[in-house]
Write a protein of this length. Structure first.
Length: 273
């Protein structure tokens, strides 16, 4: 019977898998809406969204590096400001292993690599492989918000268009935020925090679209950001996600605001000025 210990884990695994798949499908709702509208209603060329071109290649490096820098900065500031406790023993991995292997035979436990090795593998996956996988799901959102909506709002000016498209992006997240995603324990405050985060992050993603000329660049940044979302949990504990930890937290906003300030000061934003 000991060899069948994994059977008891199936319900939890299936629940997590199904919820993840549902969220990935939902991410494509904006993109599918754009495809339907442009094909059957407005008959606009889909090329206008930047979907059919890669644009200026150097912005893909920015699209990958900026989420990494923002994630690191948010984690460091969370620790320095006392919003989370540093624990280099990787408590989340240890806790997850204890739960998953609660009924596992000793032979199964002995075959696992050391916890630091597991952590290194997880970090490497999040940095290099997960962004490439996530980009195809993030493309669903980016096609809607940056590829289609942002150009429609540009007559208002780049600044207002970037902020308004980001705010609408944030409002769209409200149902899943109320369900406990991103800001668990904050069903009322959470949606407003998400709007603020999307408003700020939307400026960076919108800049990538405007500068590169392709929706694939913000999709890579979006996918990288999602891939790195839980990395702070590897070494930080006792956090309120509304305050610190992930980039979407209030402390995470500091780095995003600094990045926007750098874009403005270096005259990278607005584009064409």
């Amino acid at each position: 019977m000991g060899s069948l210990w994994w059977v008891s884990r199936l319900p939890a695994v299936l629940t997590t898998l199904l919820s993840t798949m549902a969220l990935l499908v939902v991410m494509w709702v904006p993109g599918l809406s754009v495809l339907v509208v442009t094909t059957f209603i407005t008959h606009e060329p889909l090329a206008a969204t930047g979907l059919k071109r890669l644009g200026i290649r150097r912005y893909y490096l920015w699209a990958w590096l900026l989420p990494i820098l923002l994630t690191l900065l948010s984690a460091v500031l969370t620790w320095l400001l006392g919003a989370g406790k540093l624990d280099l023993s990787f408590p989340l991995i240890r806790q997850s292993l204890d739960q998953a292997l609660a009924q596992a035979p000793e032979a199964a436990r002995a075959q696992l690599p050391p916890v630091p090795v597991i952590a290194a593998i997880q970090v490497a996956f999040a940095l290099f492989l997960a962004p490439l996988i996530n980009v195809f799901f993030a493309l669903g959102e980016e096609l809607g918000w940056r590829g289609y909506l942002l150009p429609k709002l540009l007559p208002l000016g780049q600044g207002p268009a970037l902020l308004l498209s980001g705010a609408i992006w944030g409002v769209w997240h409200a149902p899943v935020i109320v369900m406990g995603h991103n800001y668990p324990g904050h069903p009322v405050l959470g949606p407003f925090l998400m709007i603020g985060f999307c408003l700020l992050m939307g400026v960076i993603l919108g800049w990538l679209w405007l500068a590169s000329g392709s929706v694939w660049a913000p999709a890579l940044a979006h996918g990288t950001l999602n891939a790195l979302g839980g990395l702070s949990l590897l070494v930080l504990t006792d956090m309120d996600f509304a305050i610190g930890g992930p980039v979407s937290s209030l402390i995470g906003w500091i780095g995003i605001a600094a990045c926007i300030g750098w874009l403005v000061l270096t005259r990278r934003l607005p584009i064409g000025d």
